[in-house]
Write a protein that binds this ligand. Structure first.
Ligand SMILES: Nc1nc2c(ncn2[C@@H]2O[C@H](COP(=O)(O)OP(=O)(O)OP(=O)(O)O)[C@@H](O)[C@H]2O)c(=O)[nH]1
Length: 348
């Protein structure tokens, strides 16, 4: 896969002095313990160590000097040394970042010159969209779907405020492209109908929740994780900041037995710059199209509607079954719509 370099690549670049081995052997950190990063706040990392084990504890840590150029993000599995007791006023040191199963990225933009990893090791992106008030914007949903496919994550579309409008149109648009869809609404006595279906989709997984202001994401998070305040209480004690004022991602554990799953709330992240995403990355989200493209498209084919001899159009037309043709056309159109969504600004 081709992609632009990001800050995680800096480590592998040779220094000006070349790749001369260091004279001093680095300590092996044999006594390191592993934790999951649940929050990041101004150089302080909150970790959950020994998750679901007898010594489970929240540990506050900073990065060791050798990692100063590496970014540690929510969801990372890291090794720490030093005082990892989790006692008040202790600070451990992160010495290693575990290999990442998935990376959700966003492109550099005017306010930040680096392409950044936003969350590591998440399984699915939950796009929270209100069916009305505010009106759903498919362009924004498409961009989030592209970000998820690029990251190797599944997509769950959570349609809120079903008391105000029907979910049918959005369901018809996104289910054919492999997104799972759940629908919720709140009753007069503030109960959320559909919450069990949401819980079932989140169970045992790490899910990143994304949503624009006013779509009902906070309502949903509070219902899913009633003790969210307590889960991050340790950080609040130390930094004086709560998750509601934090602008970076925070991982909240779903209530239940061991392995119940995590939701990562992204208060400061409303959408993603996608300039780093290639057509091939989007294509990977569509197994059938990907296979046809690999076998039958000419070299260098862009797969767009104006591409000469793109085999995808022929493939969509060639079934004898009208229903199959319809589905193929829908998927091909969706794929091209997503590719186009990459280059549109979030403000459009
Ligand atoms: N009609 C209706 N309103 C809802 C529903 N869920 C939430 N709301 C309302 O929608 C508004 C926004 O909900 P929040 O949960 O604060 O939305 P948010 O996405 O977290 O928005 P920010 O807090 O601005 O980031 C609130 O006034 C809620 O009471 C629903 O299912 N139906």
């Amino acid at each position: 896969m081709s992609r632009l370099p990001d800050e995680s690549d800096f480590r592998s670049r040779p220094s000006r002095r070349g790749t001369r081995p260091r004279t001093k052997q680095r300590p092996a950190h044999e006594h390191a313990v592993t934790g999951m990063v649940t929050g990041v706040d101004r150089g302080r990392y909150t970790l959950l160590v020994d998750e679901d084990g007898p010594d489970e504890r929240v540990v506050l840590a900073m990065k060791a000097r050798e990692l100063s150029r590496d970014r540690v993000v929510c969801g990372d599995r890291v090794d720490v040394v030093g005082d990892a007791s989790g006692e008040k006023d202790t600070l451990a040191r992160i010495v290693r970042i575990g290999e990442r199963a998935t990376v959700l990225r966003r492109t550099a933009d005017d306010t930040d010159p680096y392409e950044r990893i936003v969350v590591a090791n998440a399984d699915q992106l939950v796009i929270v969209t209100a069916l009305a008030n505010p009106e759903p914007r498919t362009g924004l949903i498409d961009r989030a779907v592209v970000a998820a496919y690029d990251a190797g994550m599944d997509v769950l579309l959570c349609l809120t405020k079903a008391d105000l409008a029907s979910p049918d149109e959005l369901r018809g648009l996104y289910e054919p492209i492999g997104a799972r869809v759940v629908v919720t609404h709140r009753t007069a006595d503030r109960e959320i109908v559909g919450l069990d279906a949401v819980r079932a989709e989140l169970a045992g997984r790490t899910s990143v929740l994304l949503g624009h202001s006013g779509v009902g994401k906070s309502t949903l998070v509070n219902a899913l994780v009633p003790d969210a305040g307590r889960a991050t209480g340790h950080v609040n004690d130390v930094t004086g900041r709560g998750r509601h004022t934090s602008t970076s991602a925070v991982a909240l554990r779903l209530p239940g037995d061991a392995g119940a799953g995590w939701v990562v709330d992204t208060p400061g992240i409303r959408s993603f710059g996608l300039a780093h995403v290639q057509v091939a990355d989007v294509l990977r989200g569509f197994d059938d199209l990907d296979e046809v493209a690999a076998e039958r498209c000419p070299r260098g084919c862009t797969h767009l509607a104006d591409a000469p001899d793109c085999a995808l159009d022929e493939w969509a037309d060639e079934s004898d079954d009208a229903a199959v043709r319809d589905v193929r056309h829908l998927r091909l159109d969706s794929f091209r719509r997503l590719v186009a969504a990459r280059s549109v600004s979030d403000r459009d």
